[in-house]
Design a protein around this ligand. Structure first.
Ligand SMILES: O=C(O)C(=O)C[C@]1(C(=O)O)C=C[C@@H](O)C=C1
Length: 316
């Protein structure tokens, strides 16, 4: 009887020591929250859970991978956190964030419940070239960076301006189109607005959508004119045409698009834009394999004249 008890005790001790050894060998990360025997870390806006021991968190590497939107594999005794590219290929889906409010790049049609536009076609082509399905995820200009950080999508596409500010928090692909900020006005005002100072007058009202580079430009450069913030970007060109606001300062590409479709509108100064900028696709930081693939894809699209075809279809 005593012998059996001693054997059981030794077995229990043995299992306990093994468990502690396995626990201790889990990869580490600093905990910011949690206590007792659970811990949580935040990685790129996602949380991963594990155990805490003496102020150190032990987070299973699978959890880390999940939080980063990446797969984890084990080879030659080493854990490998794979690129997002491998995960996309394995899952057979790429999640593309897009705002759906910026013609001609991205437009969500509430009736057909589908997206269309230059970058929607580009995203579909991207899916085809990757050999995966495309799942569009709605985002917005004010929440774009947060939605990316929270891993709501793998890449954002839809007339996004490359900017040094955004590159501090995310990563842009190589550019695929050049443009600049310019005014969309009523045709009858063609001779009235010939420069930014003609526009920045107390009797002028500028319509602007929140959260993007249009608003940033207006905040930085407009001192005297009235500014009306319009939640739905798609409403602004019509508001200009109907005289509800006088000017929309936006990307020259968009100004041209609306002016060529509505005879009441005029795209001014598109050859002398207020700024010079480029569009790019927005990705997470720290994943060179995925970023390189996307850059090569952008280069191939240019080389094969695919962006030219999209321009002919959507921008002319
Ligand atoms: O923020 C950006 O990157 C954009 O280029 C998007 C942006 C904007 O500047 O607000 C550009 C033009 C459209 O009218 C709406 C959105």
């Amino acid at each position: 009887m005593l012998k059996r008890r001693i054997v059981t005790l030794i077995t229990v001790l043995f299992i306990l020591c093994g468990g502690l050894w396995a626990w201790g060998s889990l990869p580490q990360a600093k905990a910011f929250k949690g206590g007792g025997d659970t811990a949580t870390v935040e990685l790129d806006g996602q949380t991963a859970g594990g155990l805490e021991k003496n102020g150190t968190a032990y987070i299973p590497v699978d959890e880390v991978g999940k939080a980063l939107g990446r797969n984890v594999s084990k080879k030659d005794g080493k854990y490998l956190i794979q690129s997002r590219l491998d995960r996309i290929l394995k899952k057979g889906v790429i999640r593309v964030g897009t705002t759906g409010d910026y013609r001609p790049f991205t437009y969500y049609d509430p009736e057909s419940k589908t997206y269309e536009g230059y970058d929607i076609d580009a995203a579909k082509r991207l899916g085809k070239d990757l050999g995966v399905k495309v799942e569009f995820v709605k985002t917005s200009w004010p929440t774009l960076m947060e939605d990316l950080r929270h891993n709501k999508f793998d890449i954002a596409m839809g007339g996004i301006s490359r900017s040094l500010d955004r590159e501090k928090k995310a990563h842009f692909s190589k550019p695929y189109i050049d443009f600049g900020k310019s005014p969309l006005i009523r045709k009858e005002d063609k001779d009235k607005y010939k420069s930014l100072s003609d526009i920045d007058q107390p009797d002028v009202t500028i319509g602007v959508n929140p959260g993007g580079t249009n608003e940033k430009f207006v905040k930085e450069h407009i001192k005297q004119a009235k500014v009306k913030v319009v939640q739905d970007n798609l409403d602004i060109p019509k508001m200009v045409a109907e005289g509800k606001v006088d000017v929309m300062i936006t990307d020259s590409v968009e100004a041209r698009y609306y002016a060529s479709r509505d005879p009441r509108l005029y795209a001014a100064l598109t050859d002398h834009t207020f700024t010079k900028s480029q569009k790019g696709y927005l990705m997470h930081r720290g994943d060179p394999d995925f970023q390189n693939w996307i850059d090569l894809w952008v280069a191939e699209m240019k080389l094969q004249g695919e962006f030219d075809k999209l321009e002919a279809k959507w921008l002319e």
